[in-house]
Design a protein around this ligand. Structure first.
Ligand code: MSP
Length: 501
């Protein structure tokens, strides 16, 4: 059985979760759920990034210790992910002992291999990014990402000899064309490497809130060098070598474009330095913008997932963010756009299909679902819809996967409108049309379950089917003819009541 290890970035605990963080998490959840349908052994990791200056300062502002700040905010992330029905198998916190052990072991291995040395560092530091910049990186003298002033810092640091990994990284990218996607983001990463890599400081003596450098306890590791290692910790690095050997390097990291440099340049170089293999794949998405701008605490345009769940429901939320911005480019969030997609795709298409099929089965077949026709015109549509859905998930394009699945919903609605079973007398012809619609709906609930799991489980039950859609296995479960017929069909309440903007 294939293994699939998917990760989200670990979220800083200085601030509460907003829809930008949730975007990465929902996409990773969709991928985890899709790969479970394929029968793969899936491990889905998320968690919180709890060290560093940014967190220490937020704690100070709130009158808390860094650990208290981390405890409170980490719990808020857990709650947000539970609310969004995120199916993670583990939730890692970088303050956990297992992680400290892994960080020490991995960086010691890199040092033993001759890639870590001590030197004095002077530079311009952005606390929000937890990263150093050069004069050239700045935009109008400010951090290029946060547009805030940077600070001049000078410290004696431990350095990672990143410059030595320029060629090994280029070789790795060439040998592994699918390493970073989509294509534009791969080119961006290659551009960064080709520009030339400088050695980078990986420790701080100015702060205590971090993982202690084992060979120099006056220092803690720079938060990014501790954070990246979480992906190895969670599958047993430093604690369970056998488990680690089973899962590494299967990792598929889903990240936002602001952390591309850390994941696509620093992380594979560090792994190579420690004698380990880079992850299998890194998928990089753009930003969700609100009113054309990046969400930030200062501009007060942050939206919490719970606010939208209150209006659209959990699946309405998940459907929107998996489908609305294509994975890769930036996308602007608008409430009106979300209402529009909810009404057209969920209320009018999926919800309406379920309701109308159940109503007609109630009227024309005494509420007992007929079996599908083996040579239904919808069979070919279902086959194509499955193939396109699968290909899109494989390419990490959830919006295209949903489009392909929804094609089957639309075609099924069209099939009903053409045949108008509600106008015909009960009999074999009506049974055939309805059986085909029920079968298409059965396939839809499997294909759409990574996006809208709660709704699909409910439709499955209303169709009179046993078990849950997420327990089905592809491709077999998507083959035409699986609906048994002769089972009770229930209409139930509307799945997606229409909304007004
Ligand atoms: N702690 C680091 C990641 C360490 S991973 C080893 C971090 N944390 S973060 O909380 O600031 O951001 C985490 C993720 O949320 C990133 O992938 C980032 O791109 C994503 N998003 C934060 N705001 C976003 C949007 N407005 N839109 C889309 N995603 C964005 O970086």
């Amino acid at each position: 059985m294939g293994r699939y290890y998917v990760t989200t970035p670990i979220y800083y605990v200085n601030d509460a979760p907003h829809i930008g963080h949730a975007y990465t998490t929902v996409v990773a959840d969709g991928l985890a759920r899709w790969h479970r349908l394929l029968g793969e052994d899936v491990f889905f990791l998320t968690g919180t990034d709890e060290h560093g200056l940014k967190v220490a300062r937020a704690a100070e502002e709130h009158g808390l210790s860094p650990q208290e700040q981390a405890d409170v905010t980490s719990a808020r992330y857990r709650e947000a992910w539970a609310l969004l029905n995120i199916s993670n198998d583990d939730f890692i916190r970088t303050t956990e002992a297992r992680h400290h052990t892994a960080v020490r072991e991995l960086l010691t291995a890199a040092k033993d291999n001759g890639h870590i040395y001590k030197d004095t560092y002077e530079g311009l530091y952005c606390v929000a990014c937890e990263a150093y910049y050069t004069e050239d990186d700045l935009v109008d003298g400010n951090c290029p990402i946060h547009h805030r002033p940077v600070e001049h810092l000078s410290e004696e640091n431990w350095f990672f000899a990143l410059s030595a990994f320029e060629q090994p990284l280029l070789d790795w990218y060439e040998a592994h064309p699918g390493f970073v996607g989509p294509e534009g983001k791969r080119n961006e990463a290659l551009g960064l490497i080709r520009q030339g890599l400088r050695d980078i400081s990986i420790s701080r003596s100015s702060i205590q809130w971090g993982v202690e450098v084992p060979w120099d306890p006056e220092h803690v590791f720079y938060v990014w060098y501790d954070a990246l290692i979480n992906y190895a910790t969670a599958v047993g690095y430093g604690s369970d070598p056998e488990r680690f050997a089973d899962w590494w390097p299967e990792a598929h990291h889903v990240i936002g474009k602001d952390i591309l440099r850390f994941h696509c340049v620093y992380w594979p170089a560090l792994l190579l330095a420690a004698g380990l293999t880079p992850p299998k794949r890194i998928s990089v998405h753009g930003f969700l913008l609100v009113g054309g701008e990046k969400m930030s605490k200062t501009s007060l345009n942050q939206i919490a997932p719970a606010d939208l769940v209150a209006d659209f429901g959990v699946d309405g939320y998940r459907y929107h963010f998996l489908g609305a911005p294509p994975f890769g480019p930036d996308g602007d969030f608008s409430y009106e756009g979300m209402v529009e997609r909810y009404n057209s795709d969920l209320a009018n298409n999926l919800g309406n299909l379920q309701a109308r099929v159940a109503t007609v089965v109630g009227k024309k077949c005494d509420g007992v679902g007929p079996a599908p026709h083996p040579d239904s015109p919808l069979a070919a549509v279902a086959t194509e819809s499955y193939a396109d859905t699968a290909a899109a998930w494989e390419r990490v394009q959830p919006s295209l996967a949903l489009e392909a699945t929804w094609r089957l919903i639309r075609e099924t609605n069209a099939h009903l409108e053409t045949n108008e079973p509600w106008k015909a007398e009960p009999g074999p012809e009506v049974d055939a049309v309805l059986g085909d619609a029920l079968e298409a709906l059965r396939i839809v609930t499997i294909l759409a379950s990574p996006a809208v799991p709660g709704t699909c489980a409910e439709i499955w039950r209303r169709l009179g089917l046993e078990g849950r859609p997420e327990d089905q296995r592809l491709p077999a479960a998507a083959a035409w003819g699986g609906y048994p017929g002769g089972v009770p069909v229930e209409k139930g309440d509307p799945l997606f009541p229409r909304l007004t903007a």
